[in-house]
Design a protein around this ligand. Structure first.
Ligand code: SF4
Length: 256
């Protein structure tokens, strides 16, 4: 995994420290926190996350509308939470530029974490673009594996998932144990709707990806994202024409 530099508390500082274990005591604590925060506003959930887990708290963002809103909230609570983007090498230019616009507005640094092989090396090693022949493997190597390596040493991560985004996300707790990545997963926007997110973006002039105004409600890597037509599901443009609906970061059954 390759990362760019960041001076704030980061996973490398904690890599050799004991990992968090999903003991019965911890799972009970998380369940209690999740129940208590079920109707709390996202800012309160973020304050809980920071108070309980910082500096071993991190966030991975693909700069979707939800991620941008969380970053705007986080900038008022703690700017030193370690935030990173899984830079697959296949992101849209507009997505990469959004990192700079968010940094300029909120004073937040978002590090890039990437696979150790460049896109060219990766495609050469796989006989061509893997996203065409085996997108699950492509996502596994360029996202899931990188994320797994990125969070070693951390105890909790924040995500922007909402329950009504997809059936896979409908059961997401506010706070739970993520058995895929072995850390606590906190979903401050689990109860928000798409309309809630866009209201906040509009009300507070939160920077967002201009592709959303061009028919792309959900944006991933450019080879696996298309614009959607009126009436289509908001994630219909992701891996369109395949059975794949998730990159593997938030798959069903990973939360306790
Ligand atoms: S979204 Fe597409 S290009 Fe990006 S990592 Fe997954 S398969 Fe590869």
């Amino acid at each position: 995994m390759a990362t760019d530099t960041a001076l704030k508390p980061n996973p490398a500082m904690f890599r050799d420290e004991p990992h968090l274990e999903p003991t019965d005591e911890l799972l009970a604590e998380l369940a209690e926190a999740s129940a208590r925060l079920e109707t709390a506003p996202p800012e309160e959930i973020l304050r809980y996350a920071v108070a309980r887990f910082f500096p071993k708290l991190t966030m991975a963002t693909a700069f979707g509308p939800e991620g941008c809103v969380i970053l705007s909230m986080l900038s008022k609570i703690n700017k030193d939470v370690y935030v990173f983007n899984l830079e697959t090498g296949y992101q849209f230019r507009e997505t990469l530029e959004l990192r700079d616009r968010l940094a300029a507005k909120y004073g937040l640094t978002v590090a890039y974490h990437s696979h150790e092989q460049s896109v060219e090396e990766f495609e050469r090693a796989n006989g061509g673009p893997l996203y065409k022949t085996n997108p699950d493997q492509c996502c596994f190597h360029r996202k899931v594996k990188v994320l797994r390596e990125s969070v070693v040493g951390m105890h909790a991560w924040l995500t922007g998932i909402r329950r009504n985004q997809s059936p896979d996300r409908a059961e997401a707790p506010i706070v739970g144990w993520d058995s895929k990545f072995n850390l606590v997963k906190i979903n401050p926007l689990a109860n928000w709707t798409k309309a809630d997110v866009w209201k906040r973006i509009t009300d507070e002039d939160v920077p967002y990806n201009p592709l959303h105004d061009q028919g792309y409600p959900s944006i991933g890597c450019w080879p696996c994202t298309r614009s959607v037509m009126f009436g289509e599901d908001e994630r219909a443009g992701r891996w369109s024409g395949t059975a794949k609906t998730e990159c593997g970061l938030h798959a069903l059954g990973d939360n306790k």
